[in-house]
Design a binder for this molecule. Structure first.
Ligand code: SAM
Length: 288
């Protein structure tokens, strides 16, 4: 069965059939460009062996493409008004499960265990932009068995995921993503590929999960507490920012000594440290 959605005419037809009203609070911007959809599916490298989790299927546009390519697709949609539409647009596929849930409340690790025997899953989505970071961080931090995440996000967020130290976009999200995965920008996508058009530019990014993180830390949670505290007070030096942070519990002297051991000046700011240096700092502060 060929996908029927993914163009403006059929999208409008199905929306009218069900008198669907867009809910702004759910970040609903549906894809209406087949080339973009094909690009996402290609980048995700979906095969019939794959179990795919789709977050926010909308009216089922991308779900149809995923169902064609994958072994099984489970799609989690919060808006109950979309459920009858999805039952209609996906009626030709027997390898799709729809869950009417808030994805942030779903135990995805358990879902992967129950539906895919704990084997790594692929996540593919045109994400609701208002919860991009909690979704991505939730997937990584709860150690969901993952092969890759291929998602449409706000262009600016895709930039933040890829950059290194010394740029204005560099921050806690860059470091977290790059600790868990290798980012690859698939495509920039303009607002006219969606209905309704979003106010911001978008981009498709693929995050391929590392089997082993690229740096070694004796305490992952502690390293991320240090990273967060460093960027919470971006303009402060690390000695001032971390030395005052309740989360980190290190004294100014501990931080100064650790930085000296790393060969860094006492006035250094977090935004100049690499992931490797944050791992090293975390290990030294733990010893202190
Ligand atoms: N996949 C569709 C497409 O590409 O046309 C729709 C993408 S739209 C950007 C985001 C979708 O996520 C909407 O269908 C929205 O209702 C859904 N959504 C928003 N918040 C959600 C949540 N917390 N849990 C699950 N789905 C959510």
């Amino acid at each position: 069965m060929a996908p029927t959605l993914g163009n403006p005419k059929n999208t409008i037809e199905i929306l009218n059939k069900y008198s669907f009203v867009f809910q702004k609070k759910y970040g609903q911007n549906f894809l209406i460009d087949t080339r973009v959809l094909e690009k996402i599916i290609d980048a995700a490298e979906i095969t019939k062996e794959d179990f795919v989790l789709e977050i926010g299927p909308g009216i089922g546009t991308m779900t149809q493409y995923l169902a064609e390519a994958a072994g099984h697709v489970t799609a989690v949609e919060i808006d109950r008004n979309l459920i009858p539409i999805l039952e209609d647009t996906l009626s030709g596929y027997d390898n799709v499960t729809i869950l009417n849930e808030d994805v942030l409340k779903v135990d995805i690790r358990r879902l992967a265990e129950e539906q895919n025997g704990g084997r790594p899953i692929k996540v593919v989505a045109n994400l609701p932009y208002y919860i991009t970071t909690p979704i991505i961080m939730g997937l990584f931090e709860s150690h969901v068995p993952l092969e890759s995440i291929t998602v449409m996000v706000q262009k600016e967020v895709a930039d933040r995921m890829q950059v290194g130290p010394g740029t204005k976009d560099y921050g806690a999200l860059s470091l977290a993503v790059q600790y868990y995965a290798r980012p690859y920008l698939v495509a920039n996508v303009p607002p006219n590929c969606f209905m309704p058009r979003p106010k911001v530019g978008s981009a498709v990014i693929r995050l391929t999960r590392y089997e082993k993180p690229p740096v070694e830390t004796t305490d992952e949670k502690r390293m991320f507490r240090i990273i967060r505290a460093s960027f919470n007070q971006r303009r402060k030096t690390l000695v001032n920012g971390l030395g005052n942070s309740l989360e980190v519990q290190a004294s100014r002297d501990d931080v100064t000594a650790a930085l000296r051991q790393m060969g860094l000046p006492a006035a250094v700011r977090g935004e100049t440290l690499t992931l490797e240096q944050f791992a090293q700092l975390s290990n030294l502060l733990k010893e202190a």
